[in-house]
Every structure is written in structure tokens, then in C-alpha cells.
Design a protein. Structure first.
Length: 376
């Protein structure tokens, strides 16, 4: 095996310029796949960020709701009916809706999230300036730092308007980003209804928390059997419903999926071309090995070893570049997310792409006539 590794490494490093060119092709391919997959998972995380950071056992939403921002109206009287169902301990109302931020003539669309801080509703998290408790003060809102320029505010104490109503920034978060790039603005429940233009008798959703000994599925079925026109979803079900809509039923999601698949295909083609070209330049050496009686399996091992060396070195460089991209996009509105598990999966994918690509080179070598050694 050491002889195989020695021959493979010498073939690769003999022409350093070609080796560098080969690495550039592999690095480009892997980074392309890494960024596309990172964007996919970054967007996937943003789609469910509100759901993932909400403490509740069940979401009660209208029957037509497809994703978080799509929440339709429910009457506030529904809360009393939910509290009568066995196993239900607490029901917290909330509102979500689009509104306009800023003075007339320079307005920006925002998603207002109305929450009851005292009841531990859908509260802002990762607060880096101010406190979430400041939302209990009328006219106070929380925004994310990534959207400060877009909203035209500098931080705590900044003032603006939402739907003509004056507001003051009382808290600034970090990492609370929207899939649609529309800023989230947290506000007290009563204020949020005013900003959205929603009557006090309506709400968008209810957060249902159960008693410690209650069975979630049984309670969920009881709610659905006693109340019509609603959905009772666990956080996992609501998150999956939201992801499914945005990633598989819209053009945005289809573009991300198509981009990731295209990156894999392009990467495989580039690596295949690179390895084929490298192998072709060493046909005489392989023909010599065959003339000396080397078995086909031995030659296969050499070519595959070359592919693995390319994969390991190329992936290492690509991983470093990917880490830099993650670092520089961590606080931006368009975040690339590359988790440790994704790194492992991409490493395996790189190995697979290189081995598949090596097969094209193997087909070329096995057809070479050992007699060409005598022509040189």
C-alpha cells in the first residue's frame, strides 16, 4: 500500500503547476457546493427561527396558515375555549403582521411581532442592547442589528414611526433574521395590533402550554375535535410546514435546491476533468507499469489514491475558505451556515465526487496499450 501511495503522490507532485491547477478546480468546486448548501441551511434556519425560539407545546393557528408570517386571524374569545380543554395549562395570544416603518415617502416594509412579555410570549432573544422587558413600555420596539441601516436607526433610543405611530427602539437583537429579508420588529401585544391595524378582538395565533403530565398528541387531537377552523401544531410540525412551503413550493426555495444540485454536478465535472487530464499526462508511466506486469487492480488503486489525495488537500483548503465565509457573513442579513455535521457530509461528498471522477480516468488507462512503451 505504501508503494501505491508513493507512486500516486509522485504522479501528483511531479508537475507542481498542474497539481496547483488541479487543486484550484477541486477547491472551486467544493467551495461552490459548500456555499450553496450553507445558504440552503442558512435560509432554512431563518424560515423557522421564530418557531425554534418560542417556548410552547402547541401552536394554534388558522386552518389556512402555511408558514409563520402567513398567520391569519383568530378571535380572542377562542382563548377561553382552549383553557377548558383537559391538559391545557396556559394560552398566550400573539399577533404577527406586515406594516410600514418610517416617515411617509421613505417607508420600509416590516413584520411586526406582537408579544406579551409578562406571559413569556414570542419574545426577542439574543438581546445585545437594552432589555426585552423594555417592550412593556408603550411605544417601545426591538429590532435586529443587521437591519439598522435598512430601518435608518442607530440603536437604543432611536426613534421612528410604524404606520404613522411614533416608536422608540428599546432593545437590539443579533441574529434574528427573516427569510424574506423583511425585518422583524418586536412590540407589546396591544401596540402591535395598532401598528398592524388589527382590532383588539382578533389575534394571529395562540401559544398553548400543557400541564406537566399531559399527553401532547392526545391534547392536540382533543383541541382539533372540539374547535373547527384551526390547526393545532407542535413546534416541529409547524417548522416542517413552514420549511416545506418556502423551500419546495416557492421559486425561492426551488432556486436554492437547484443551485445546490447544480453545484454538485459542476463540481463533479470539474474534478473529473482535472483527474482525467492528470492521468492522461501520465499514460506512459501507467503503460510502463502494465508492461512490467502490474495488475489492473494495482493501477486502479494508484488512480484512486491520487483522487483521494486531491480530495483531502483540496477539501482542507476549501474548508478554510468556507470558515472565512461563515465568519464574514455571521452578522449579515444573508448568512451562510456551515455546521460541523455539514462539513463531515461535504467531506464524504468530496471523496465520492473524486472517486466517481477517477473512474473516467480508469477507463482511459485500462484501454492503453503497453506496447506504446516501445515507441518512446
Amino acid at each position: 500500500m505504501s508503494l501505491v501511495f508513493t507512486l500516486a503522490s509522485r504522479n501528483l507532485f511531479q508537475d507542481r503547476l498542474r497539481f496547483v491547477a488541479s487543486l484550484m478546480g477541486i477547491v472551486f468546486s467544493v467551495v461552490l457546493v459548500m456555499v450553496q448548501m450553507g445558504l440552503y441551511f442558512g435560509f432554512s434556519g431563518m424560515i423557522t427561527t421564530m418557531i425554534d425560539h418560542t417556548s410552547t407545546d402547541l401552536w394554534i393557528v388558522s386552518s389556512g396558515t402555511k408558514y409563520f408570517e402567513d398567520l391569519s386571524l383568530l378571535t380572542t374569545g377562542l382563548r377561553d375555549r382552549l383553557l377548558t380543554i383537559e391538559g391545557v395549562s396556559e394560552v398566550v395570544p400573539g399577533v404577527v403582521g406586515f406594516s410600514a416603518w418610517g416617515p411617509l415617502g421613505a417607508m420600509t416594509s416590516v413584520v411586526v411581532v406582537g408579544t406579551d412579555i409578562t406571559a413569556h410570549g414570542l419574545s426577542p432573544w439574543n438581546v445585545v442592547e437594552g432589555t426585552a422587558q423594555s417592550l412593556t413600555t408603550p411605544g417601545t420596539v426591538a429590532i435586529d442589528r443587521a437591519y439598522s441601516n435598512q430601518l435608518g436607526v442607530s440603536g437604543i433610543g432611536a426613534t421612528a414611526q410604524i404606520r404613522g405611530q411614533p416608536v422608540t427602539v428599546g432593545a437590539v437583537t443579533e441574529g434574528v433574521r427573516s427569510f424574506a429579508m423583511t425585518p422583524y420588529v418586536f412590540a407589546d401585544l396591544a401596540d402591535a395590533r395598532t401598528y398592524i391595524g388589527l382590532p383588539q378582538s382578533f389575534t394571529s395565533h395562540f401559544l398553548v402550554r400543557l400541564m406537566p403530565d399531559a399527553d401532547i398528541e392526545r391534547t392536540r387531537q382533543n383541541i382539533l375535535s372540539k374547535i373547527s377552523g384551526i390547526q393545532a401544531l407542535t413546534p416541529d410540525q409547524f417548522a416542517e410546514k413552514s420549511r416545506s412551503f418556502w423551500l419546495f413550493r416557492t421559486g425561492a426555495g426551488a432556486a436554492l435546491v437547484a443551485g445546490a444540485l447544480l453545484a454538485v454536478i459542476v463540481g463533479t465535472v470539474i474534478i473529473a476533468q482535472t483527474l482525467y487530464s492528470s492521468t492522461k499526462d501520465h499514460l506512459y508511466e501507467f503503460a510502463t507499469l502494465r508492461a512490467m506486469g502490474a495488475s489492473d487492480s494495482y493501477i486502479y488503486q494508484v488512480i484512486i489514491c491520487q483522487a483521494l489525495l486531491n480530495a483531502i488537500v483540496g477539501f482542507t483548503i476549501a474548508a478554510l475558505i468556507g470558515s472565512a465565509i461563515v465568519h464574514f457573513t455571521a452578522k449579515s442579513a444573508l448568512q451562510v451556515v456551515i455546521s460541523p455535521s455539514l462539513i463531515i457530509e461535504l467531506f464524504v461528498l468530496t471523496i465520492v465526487m473524486c472517486i466517481v471522477s477517477a473512474i473516467t480516468a480508469i477507463f482511459r488507462v485500462v484501454r492503453v496499450d503497453p506496447a506504446i512503451v516501445l515507441t518512446r
